[in-house]
Design a protein around this ligand. Structure first.
Ligand code: KIV
Ligand code: NA
Length: 265
């Protein structure tokens, strides 16, 4: 796929090719993630945590999401770029949801939006889809509802919540979402959902029976070194690498080792 589109993702599912997705929030990181061949870049509202240092995703604003998204768009040649609608920009009414989605598309140049929730936000999703904007769903642990859940533990372990999730996934497919993220739910349930619908299901902490995987880039690179949920595979320990490099720089400056004769004019 020279350029990944929403259509390519459905093709990948049909051909059994797993979909790779990672977050990015700025130009330089997006350039590397795109060059490495990731299919989908998510400008996640996790920027609220890893870029801004908030405890939750709730405080980030639509303007801030647009700033991150427009920076990411300037760094990519191939990936499909999906942007989270932040908390408060779509829940109050469908018209506001559409206005928020339109602002993201116009002002950042992104390719699709993601909203947390199932049938309770169906009117908003339909309105956005009717405007020709591709929508990715997000079910399971939806961090914008953290104060409703009270904890970041696994969702939909059984009963009503699992049944609702399965119905919501089918509903999102029916109204025209192009993919769904399932966050932190049992692998068995996630596999069942992925097998019951024809649009791709991208998991995070949802096991290997789904159609693709997503991680927060700061987590997989080990920049967030104190966050170690079971689902996280760390590919680097950048927290240590970067603090090591910076402390070396500090000591080189203090000792007047830097700059050397070769590093001046
Ligand atoms: O904001 C985010 O990073 C996300 C992913 C974890 C799916 O929504
Ligand atoms: Na998010």
């Amino acid at each position: 796929y020279k350029r990944v589109t929403v259509k390519s993702l459905v093709d990948m599912k049909q051909h059994g090719e797993k979909i790779s997705m990672l977050t990015a929030y700025d130009y330089s990181m997006a350039k590397m993630v795109d060059a490495a061949g990731v299919d989908v870049i998510l400008v996640g509202d996790s920027a609220s945590n890893v870029m801004a240092g908030h405890e939750t995703t709730l405080p980030i604003t639509l303007d801030q999401m647009i700033y991150h998204a427009s920076s990411v768009i300037r760094g990519i040649d191939r990936a499909l770029v999906v942007v989270d609608l932040p908390f408060g920009s779509y829940q109050s009414d469908p018209k506001e949801a559409l206005r928020s989605a339109i602002r993201i598309m116009k002002e950042s140049g992104a390719h699709a939006v993601k909203l947390e929730g199932g049938r309770e936000i169906k009117e908003s999703i339909k309105r956005i889809l009717n405007a020709g904007i591709p929508v990715m769903g997000h079910l399971g642990l939806t961090p914008q509802s953290i104060y409703k859940f009270g904890t970041y533990t696994v969702r939909a372990k059984e009963g009503e919540e699992a049944e609702k999730l399965k119905e919501d996934a089918k509903y999102l497919e029916k109204i025209g979402c192009f993919a769904i993220v399932l966050e932190k739910i049992p692998a068995k349930l996630a596999k069942e959902v992925a097998e019951s619908i024809s649009i791709p299901v991208i998991g995070i902490g949802a096991g290997n029976g789904v159609d693709g995987q997503v991680l927060v880039i700061h987590d997989m690179l080990g920049i967030t070194h104190e966050f170690s949920p079971r689902f996280l595979r760390r590919y680097l320990n950048l927290y240590e690498e970067i603090t090591g490099a910076v402390s070396q720089y500090v000591s080189d400056v203090k000792s007047a080792d830097f700059p050397s004769d070769d590093e001046q004019y």
